[in-house]
Design a protein around this ligand. Sequence first.
Ligand code: 9G3
Length: 567
Amino acid sequence: MKQSMTLIPTLREVPSDAEVKSHQLLLRAGFIRQNASGVYTYMPLGRKVLQKVEAIIREEMNNAGAAELFMPALQQAELWQESGRWYSYGPELMRLRDRHDREFALGATHEEVITSLVRDEVKSYKRLPLTLYQIQTKFRDEKRPRFGLLRGREFIMKDAYSFHANQESLDQVYDRLFQAYSNVFKRCGLNFRAVIADSGAMGGKDTHEFMVLSDIGEDTIAYSDTSDFAANIEMAPVTAVYEKSSEPANSLEKVHTENKKTIEEVSSFLQVQEKDCIKSLLFKVDDRQILVLVRGDHEVNDIKLKNFLEASVVELADVNTTKEVLGCSVGSLGPIGVENVEVFADHAVEAIVNGVCGANVEDYHFKNVNPERDFKVSAYADLRFIKEGDPSPDGQGTIVFAKGIEVGHVFKLGTRYSEAMNAVFLDENGRTQPMIMGCYGIGVSRTMAAVAEQFSDENGLVWPSNITPFDVHLIAVNMKDSDQAALAEELYSNLKDSGLDVLLDDRQERPGVKFADSDLIGLPVRITVGKKAGEGIVEVKIRKNGDMQEVHKDQLADTIKGILQEL
Ligand code: 9G3
């Protein structure tokens, strides 16, 4: 490709509304242009990277036995009404009406469409298992689109769906696609972790997110400093064991704690440690209230609470409800004497001796509180967020936190959609059964941005050789110099004939501009045709580490192929 024939509008200055590196660089290097908030055009260079990422995904998915199809983005409302999600999703689901006033959704995901297709076409266990996938544009009306392609309102996803007669079949396909995902992200050059994730509203038990480690990631990962254990912080189980101190239980004492509300105010006022305090929070759980207790230095994990109580709605009760139900504000809540709501506590609370908790009277607390003597709970459970320094749940090493960008997500769905939409099959005994499903997503455009986030330096992007838009950037210092122009043209056709993808900068621009643009665009290898053109000698520079060498044109193709293999 000759730069004079394509469109690569590089920018000198950093766009003000781009907060993260990948967003700034993809804009400055002319890979993307914004059309509207969260809506982008993939320019020629960006499109080429997407095509390479998609090619890797297709290879791995096809290898794993999945068949590619292509579903519509326009989805009838009726399908989403059958699954119930037409009513459960809010403004994030983009909806429109056609000319006959019939309602549609713009596809945010395709469980409904694929399930309605398979229920019509598959009736017998002999046709299972079946794994279908597509690479398609998705629409989600994010409240705050940000970070360029990392959180857009229109984005490219590979989404796959598998259908099974039994659980073992799902487990097999899940594991095979899990491996395919690891291959995809490895081949894209990404430093990623597969983390145990909460299945949230998706139902199903097993689910893993593929996280690219990055400080600007929106998710927090808890991982072991010595093993490969890694979990989304919402899901990471806590296996810490708590030593109950042997000090004698002193008698309960009610103390006035004027205006002391937070754990640190109360603990410093009463000269006790935060870990000897009991933090009590009232939650609205479906249609009732629950009082949840955690140790003063811990936080309630509402996802764990929801899963433990098998509830569908869990949220902190508001101030008025708290006052109504327990007669005081949050800062004075406690479990002692509470009869009208159920009380649950995290395991750590059980080991507290002579602790402190609110007295359910404004500005009063109890000292020398001892669980089981002074209050009972319906159950102790793992209800807190894991913390750095906790033992890793797999028993190996200690937990460390990191931020991650979710680029993939695999779910065991179970029969959530097949039951709702009657996707059934006849099993080998002639009985009608709902199909068991799995679903698997990769954010394709997000993966490109994650690579840009992980591989860039102060001069610009640095593309891994597997997904670079072009293999080689061929630059003539001065196209008006006949030796240089001639050699550049000769090398352009020879390198292409040798199978290399070449971008020739044939613009009438000053050398400085060409070199700055080349560093910004970030192709893995740059060839400079300069003063020694007459001798057939060019300069070869590796973008990643800046290594330079002079090479004669006869060795050029092999030298470059060797370099690309090594990168
Ligand atoms: C919606 C909207 C947003 C959504 C969903 C539906 C996330 C939704 C979860 C998934 C699960 C899997 C198949 C590929 C892998 C991920 N955000 N999810 O279902 F209507 Cl507006 O998409 N789907």
